[in-house]
Write a protein that binds this ligand. Sequence first.
Ligand code: BGC
Length: 776
Amino acid sequence: MKIRIAPLTCIAFLITWTILFQPAHLAAQSSLNDSQIRDKATSLLRQMTVEEKVAQLAQLPGMDIPDSSENEKRPLQEILKQNGAGSILWISDPKEINRLQHVAVEQSRLHIPVLFGLDVIHGYHTIFPAPIAMASSWDPKMVEEAQAVAAQEARAAGIQWTFAPMVDIARDARWGRMVEGAGEDPYLGSAIARAQVLGFQGKQPAAPDHVLACAKHFAGYGAADGGRDYDSSYIPEEQMWNTYLVPFKAAVDAGVGSLMSAYMDLNDVPATGNRWLLHDVLRDTWHFQGFVVSDAFAVHSLMIHGYARDPQDAAHKAFTAGLNMDMASGTYLKYLPIELQQKHISMPQIDAAVLPILETKFRMGLFEHPYVDESRLEPTLNDPAHQQLARSAAQRSIVLLRNQGGLLPLDKNSQSIHSIAVIGPLAEAQADLLSMWGAMTKPAPTVSILQGIQAKAGSAMHVEFAHGPNIRRDNPSPFEDIAMISAVVQEQPAQSQPQRQQSIDDAVALARRSDLSILVLGELDLMSGEYASRSSLKLSGGQEELLEAVSALGKPVVLVLVNGRPLDISWASDHVPAILEAWYPGSQGGNAVADILFGDASPSAHLPVSWPRNSGQLPLYYNHNLTQNPETEPDFHSRYQDLSSLPLYPFGYGLTYTTFAFDNLKVTPTGRVDGAKIEVSVDVTNTGARPGDEVVQLYIHQRAGSASRPIRQLKGFEKVTLASGSKRTVHFTLGKDELQFWSPTVKTWVVEPEQFDVWVGEDSKAPLHSEFQLTN
Ligand code: BGC
């Protein structure tokens, strides 16, 4: 069926003319205002056939994909020529992007450019620390700068849309995708979400050198049953509003141009077909004006979920729920025209879905500048300032968990340490410092931790390396089959038991003849991320054995962790004097770790998650409710009979090379419940001998009300730099945004006239306390 709505008009001719003769070197940026954009998009829409409209609702896969989809097997250029396409994903090569864009713009009837999307999650070429690491910096400004560089590099390669930020709250470290988000807390998560949206998009998605952002995965993906990726989430409405939706709302308020629907069932309705999420919350309540893309194949998967009876029903359910674009499954392309013909959906519904996609393309200047100037790519990627930023971002993201006896920082001129053994299966790793998405683009050469230490030690110290046992996933990751990833990922071959023992013995022998050992242990990149949930958080593949054997020598040991989630380091935290959490630190990871180890930079990061003792404690989060047997009671032991129920390290925790004192906490409430403003101030003093950064954190607790409230909730933070001995007064204001919550008894947002506690300090256990009363 081919319905022609209108013949080509003069406007289309003008568009064509502009496209064909525009100077390719100009940075993409629209010169149109919002009402001109709406007019242009509406006028273009009027000229489109049904097939051309539906094509805008499709995102075509730019690489080979499994057959369990509805995609046509024709070459992309033929599909583009016929009706165009809304978007193409999984292509990172600017030449190929330009080639396909030329087909869409010059050979399709209406010359509508394609939006090219890719997972530029924490860098395109310069890879920044993984998102959980950047969240550990508690430094939104740095995060914004890093994602602005990621956007600049991606845009120089022709990518106009990134599938980031991932803003899923994650409270269960078994879930592999904890690495991609900002951890467990909605307040910190919102600050990091906002920073990422601004970094990617600039002031608006049309800003030059920026990309359209996509907040994902809407919503509740992090609460998968048992931490098993893709499993159903069951989240009561009050938790949705107070916790899981909060960072999405922050992203929407920051102007995010698109959202991605999640894979899993939310309360028995798959997120991709969930009208409550996509329509009632997103459009009706938040007034979101952009568009929503599904996660990959998720429209087609509605059938596999047992929610849709066949692919047409899947297209119907996703479309009528409010999903604009079908990522990679081909289901919309094939079935929406049939749905329309059978009058199950209407033309105004189709138009409403297409309009924000066309508007986005106009807003981003794609009609004016559809092509990428390939000559700008190399100079952009090779800008030395990008690597510099990656190094300081990594320094600011590494958490010092333990430093007994002040073992760190190491002194190059030490009288007792002349030789260092660098040991472990991640010590010479490069791609593994990037995490899975970092490996998917065009990563710059990575500095391994071994290289970083060697460069830093120079001739002052003797550095030797032993690999220790190889580590591997127990079952393979499906991402190993993706060419872009397998080209970069470095697999460690399987070992027999005698080979593994030999590798441990060799490492212990090296440690024995060295003055100090630095063990670099953790998870390979594909051991965290999508399809990478774990039932156990233990250091796998003989790493724990290696650590204990080296520690048994009685010489100083530093443990550096490279991983995407908290691991079970209970033994280490009792026996290993110094522990650094490096996460996946990115391209400059090795240099940044060495900077911290040798004191050229001081650690300043704090945990964005509560660190569990083992996986039996999961899910674990600091902002849980009180019970009739609170942890604060003097006779409280544990909620388990065999393990403390408290985390190994609390949310917000992190050490540095100096110490800070907090005092003079002042709380001044003004106004009544409506329009209340609570001014909070505290003095922070650097009481140690070195300069350092402190993350000043403010927590509140509402003592009574229409619902039980969490024992503590983060409601303010600021990262401050203080010279030794200096003092600074830090100010916070608590207003409606901080005091309100969605009450399950009144089914709406409330600020209640109740008594509140306030704590300020360096983590979620901060003892410095005050209180205030809100009055009617
Ligand atoms: C992931 C998304 C990602 C998409 C496109 C999916 O498997 O869940 O986070 O953006 O693939 O690569």
